[in-house]
Design a binder for this molecule. Structure first.
Ligand SMILES: Nc1ncnc2c1ncn2[C@@H]1O[C@H](COP(=O)(O)OP(=O)(O)OP(=O)(O)O)[C@@H](O)[C@H]1O
Ligand SMILES: [Mg+2]
Length: 309
């Protein structure tokens, strides 16, 4: 596949006179993991629902593998797997039955090997014969992920896949998401755990009030928006920042006990450390802190006058 796997152009969604999506343009490349980030009500679920064929756009175009999601919905629905944000399924099935039933819905047979793989990856093997009604919240969410995978979709939409999932299992799910990607699945993920996006995403798209504010490679974004900060804790407090450090834009903690210096993107802390040595400062401890996606995200939304994440 040469073009983007998912292509959105001028996509808008109105509910009455409320604009939930506002002329969204977005490409998702083959085999990537794209994290779609934005505050509550930004339009993430709406966007995903349109691509998955659950909601109709008011204007614009959405294609999956080059096919229009409205005109060719049979094809595109088969190509897409969706883990919905809301947990809702038929409570009269066991876990295994729910997975088989879902496969049937897509007209495929769930092979025993595939069933085992899904149960294993989602840590549901012990609950295979349990009624879905009896599952815990986190288990229900895992079953939703399993159901989205039974027909081996080319594109997987994960709408807050790990909300309410415990820490250990979250790590396990991340590993599984990476495995799916390695096999060629393209993944679009929404999450409020920025750590999750930082961990998984190749690219990040930020959406706020129905508009895409930015789409960029995660590494580039973090590099551009925030480099590293060096924190030098002093053995004894000082009253005034030495000139050599002030010139580098260093900041002295109010009580004089520590100095922070930012490295320019791609730059080094060589000059700052040299200035510390020249000034003969009593260094207690030195640590560096890398900008986190969280800092970047807050600064993007802040600069757009947007809501808090
Ligand atoms: N069926 C609907 N009728 C009216 N308004 C709707 C409907 N569905 C969504 N909206 C509105 O559209 C906006 C976007 O909602 P959406 O669910 O896409 O947000 P989201 O980014 O997924 O938020 P969250 O992070 O809370 O899941 C919200 O203001 C929401 O109230
Ligand atoms: Mg949502």
């Amino acid at each position: 596949m040469t073009g983007p796997v998912v292509r959105l152009r001028g996509l808008s969604k109105l509910y009455g006179d409320f604009t939930a999506l506002d002329r969204v343009d977005l490409d998702v490349a083959d085999g990537e993991i794209l994290a779609l980030l934005g505050p509550n009500g930004a339009g993430k679920t709406t966007l995903i629902s349109i691509v998955a064929g659950l909601t109709r756009a008011s204007a614009g175009e959405a294609t999956v593998l080059g096919r229009d999601v409205v005109r060719d919905y049979r094809f595109t629905r088969r190509a897409v797997g969706l883990v919905p944000q809301e947990v809702n399924f038929d409570p009269f099935f066991t876990v295994e039955e729910a997975l088989h039933f879902q496969a049937g819905y897509f007209g495929v047979r769930l092979s025993p090997a595939r069933l085992e793989e899904i149960l294993e990856a989602l840590d549901l093997a012990g609950k295979r014969h349990a009624n879905t009604r009896s599952l815990s919240g986190g288990m229900k969410r895992r079953l939703l992920i399993g159901k989205a995978l039974v027909h081996e979709p080319r594109v997987l939409f994960l709408d807050e896949p790990t909300a309410g999932v415990d820490v250990r299992l979250r790590q396990q799910l991340w590993a599984y998401v990476r495995r799916l990607r390695a096999r060629g699945t393209t993944i679009v993920l929404t999450t409020h755990y920025l750590e999750e996006a930082e961990e998984l995403a190749d690219r990040v798209a930020v959406i706020d009030r129905g508009r895409i504010l930015l789409v960029e490679g995660k590494d580039r974004l973090m590099e551009r928006q925030g480099g590293k900060t060096l924190r030098i804790s002093l053995g004894a407090p000082i009253a005034v920042l030495p000139d050599g450090l002030a010139r580098l834009g260093a900041r002295l903690e109010e009580d004089g006990s520590a100095i922070d210096v930012d490295a320019p993107p791609g730059g080094s802390f060589g000059p700052a450390l040299a200035a510390v040595a020249t000034a003969g400062l009593p260094v207690g401890d030195v640590e560096t802190r890398r900008a986190r996606l969280e800092d970047v995200f807050v600064s993007i939304l802040g600069s757009e006058g947007g809501a808090a994440p």
